[in-house]
Design a protein around this ligand. Structure first.
Ligand code: HEC
Length: 281
């Protein structure tokens, strides 16, 4: 308990410095534009901050525990244990996703004796630093949120594997929508339990399908049981346009780990700071 507290504090300090140094990197426009010409992303998650968070969290562990295979020329897929080039380690890390990194690191089935539950404490400590960085990174987003669009609430009903929740942005809204040509928004959710920690929700893979209208949407926030999850800003900087008649356009594959108590009857709503159709010329 105590140790965790201290770790948390230290990482806040480290990140505070990192943030001051690299704030200008917040506008890198390279986030989320995954394989679709119809997606335009205006602002990135803070790449600079997250690189520093990687340096302070997963990197020292990966560099040591995975060095036999996850380096250039090694047999492992992805060079996230690169010994000298943290930027390429970071790129490989993001590509592999924190979820797979954490799973494989703790699975003896992956590459025992290098992987297994002996790595759990280090993974948990790294994960904590990482999610704090995500919070700090979005802390300029502001507290009040008056969305242009808000979906109806749906049961989360999460299990250990991802399930998809979809809303019709015209017919399943409690605010906004209605003129979006039957566009639909989906998000995936699962419940993750790791040893000694309360279960948490993972949200992932935001996708949009459009009908007869080109739409723009963004500044996405998640509400659980009617409450905005204030600490989460994973999708709050997202801003995308999706052409009409597109199917399953991935607008973000960043994982949002929601640090809220998980309950059986939990519901979710999705708020869009921005949600509208774009009139054809
Ligand atoms: C003995 C060699 C070896 C070691 C050590 C090793 N791995 Fe791997 N890893 C592999 C191989 C081979 C693959 C590709 C096949 C597969 O996915 O299992 C792989 C794949 C992966 C992937 C999937 C990447 C992707 O993009 O799908 C992840 C994540 C991963 N390893 C994590 C780790 C972590 C974390 C460690 C250290 C704690 C580690 N591995 C240690 C051999 C290794």
């Amino acid at each position: 308990m105590n140790r965790k507290k201290i770790l948390g504090l230290t990482s806040w300090c480290v990140l505070g410095v990192a943030m001051a140094l690299s704030y200008q990197n917040c506008s890198d426009p390279d986030y989320g534009a995954k394989g679709s010409g119809s997606v335009v992303v205006s602002r990135a998650l803070c790449e600079g901050e997250m690189l520093e968070a990687f340096r302070a969290s997963y990197y020292p562990f990966l560099k040591d525990a995975c060095k036999n295979c996850h380096v250039p020329g090694g047999v492992g897929k992805g060079t996230f244990a690169h010994q000298t080039d943290i930027a390429s380690a970071f790129a490989a890390f993001k590509n592999a996703t924190t979820m797979k990194i954490e799973n494989n690191a703790q699975s003896s089935g992956h590459a025992s004796p290098f992987t297994g539950t002996q790595n759990t404490p280090q993974i948990q400590a790294a994960s904590k630093i990482w999610s704090e960085a995500q919070e700090i990174c979005g802390s300029d987003v502001g507290g009040s949120f008056d969305p242009q669009g808000l979906t109806t609430s749906k049961a989360i009903a999460a299990t250990a594997t991802y399930r998809t929740i979809t809303w019709n942005l015209d017919t399943e809204m409690s605010k906004g929508g209605g003129d979006l040509g039957q566009a639909a928004f989906s998000i995936q959710v699962k419940q993750v339990t790791s040893a000694g920690m309360p279960p948490v929700y993972y949200f992932d893979n935001l996708t949009v399908s459009t009908g007869t209208e080109k739409i723009q949407l963004g500044e996405i926030r998640i509400k659980i049981n009617g409450q905005l999850v204030q600490t989460n800003s994973t999708y709050s900087r997202l801003s995308v346009e999706v052409d009409k008649a597109k199917t399953g356009v991935v607008i973000s594959s960043a994982t949002a780990i929601l640090d809220v108590p998980v309950g059986t009857g939990d519901t979710v709503e999705i708020g869009f700071g921005k949600l509208s159709k774009i009139a054809s010329p």
